[in-house]
Design a binder for this molecule. Sequence first.
Ligand SMILES: [Ca+2]
Ligand SMILES: [Ca+2]
Ligand SMILES: [Ca+2]
Length: 277
Amino acid sequence: MPAIPVIALTGYLGAGKTSLLNHVLRAPGARIGVVINDFGDVNPDVSGDFISSGHNLISITDGSSGWVASDIVGDSNAPIDAKLDTIKDNGGPTPTVALLAGSPAMNAADKALATSPTDQRGYARVYNRLPDIGAFETGSAYPADANHDGSVDFNDLVKLAQNYNVSDGTRTWEQGDFTGDGNVDFNDLVILAQHYNSSLPDGGGGSPTPAASPATAAAIIASVAGTQTTTTPTPPAPPAKTPPKSTTKAKRPIPEPPAPPVKVAPKRPVFSKARIR
Ligand SMILES: [Ca+2]
Ligand SMILES: [Ca+2]
Ligand SMILES: [Ca+2]
């Protein structure tokens, strides 16, 4: 009996097996037999009807329905590659899966639904204006850590003070916009004050430090914004004449702000009463 040539056509769902097979079967004069032995889930990612709130990423939606415009969806012919790294230590208390360069999950989540201030690692939930889909916020840092060095201290306060009350919608995290709205204002200052003199427990390998006490936070806010409320923040106060007594890094005054007009003079001298540790 003569040998019969056999070609095994294999691959994961969505690899293009069906397209190739259809092409072969339609070839003029084709005289071949096909033995099919598929196994595995028919609809591997989702199945059934869904009520979607949007901002989901699903590689293959075969066998499902209900997706909306903000969902990122593919099918078996054109699956979505989420571009995920392997699970590993990316900082924070637990292993996480980072997004690789070009991942469609970046900045694709709904900011209104990002109710947690941090991602799974303890880094800020919103970085680069919008949150990412998943438990890992790409490029993010410990809340109010403007210079990404793992702790919040005088250097971060200086970054914020230099941009305080600049509401042009283009400010970055590194310039003190910790809320992701493009502006540096009282809301960003509050975040910094709440985290002043603290760091992520395993962020830099050192001992964890406590966050600022309420008195310290209040002193920082008063130093930069006076005693105004969130509705009427004042520009930054002029540079302090003397640095805080207990802060080893506070050896230079806060630089002059970008010069918004001073409507109300701060009632308290800059840093003269701040007890920054
Ligand atoms: Ca983001
Ligand atoms: Ca820092
Ligand atoms: Ca902001």
